[in-house]
Design a protein around this ligand. Sequence first.
Ligand code: NAP
Length: 255
Amino acid sequence: MEQIRERRVAIVTGGSRGIGRAIAIALAGQGHQVVINYAGNQEAAMETARLCIETNPELTEADILLVKGDVSKKEDCQRLAEAAMEGFGRIDILVNNAGITRDNLLMRMSEEEFDQVIGTNLRGAYLMMQAVSRAMMKQRYGRIVNMASVVGIMGNSGQVNYAASKGGVIAMTKSFAREIAGRGITVNAVAPGFIDTDMTKAMTEDAKAAACQNIPMKALGKPADVAAAVLFFAGETSGYVTGQVLCVDGGMCMM
Ligand code: NAP
């Protein structure tokens, strides 16, 4: 069994904004070195890096790496894993958080809307798991946390593409967890409900109020609520927990 290390190396995809930013800050708060991936918003990624160092003054700029890349592209995922290995020499934690929506009713949904969402949310998670797993297997240690959604469990009108991608993420999490369980690597998923980020900003106040009606806690969640669940799966103490899905949703989806 791998010795307990205080400082781990984490990759967070889509770490420039929203939930990914909160996860990067939470991991930095634990003293980990963090590789923050983003699609194009460099300014936001730099702000996440600044907040990581502000949260944990023991970290310096050298402990945070920013890597631009599109997770739907194999070469970008490989480059991201290589950057972590070159920068920090190992990869202990992968948080597959990058995600997009392209909402439409199925009857009107274009192939492009379908493919883009599957490409980023599902294919991206698959490519990243493949890119890091050799390093994790060599270490005989790894924590993979995939960002699903309650929509992947319950379905949602207007989100056939998104629900399919997140349902796929859950199935992929359980399958890879079974494949890799003997190597000291856990694979789990967090399924947020409605969280207050740029992704949900497009909702009208009426739509938000309607959504809250279906949430027993009657409120949207915060990125930090999701980050707390990720920290559990990413930590040393959850080593006997794998293939699980934890909903962070104010009680919306009880299984
Ligand atoms: P967000 O605020 O829209 O941020 C999305 C993040 O993903 C950004 O950092 C963005 O980078 C990055 N990204 C998008 N496409 C990418 C790509 N192809 N390659 C690499 N990075 C990419 O989203 P969020 O609300 O924080 O959501 C984060 C995750 O939680 C997603 O997987 C989402 O599906 C899931 N989730 C969210 C909610 C919610 O209510 N917000 C609920 C359930 C699940 P740039 O800044 O460079 O664009």
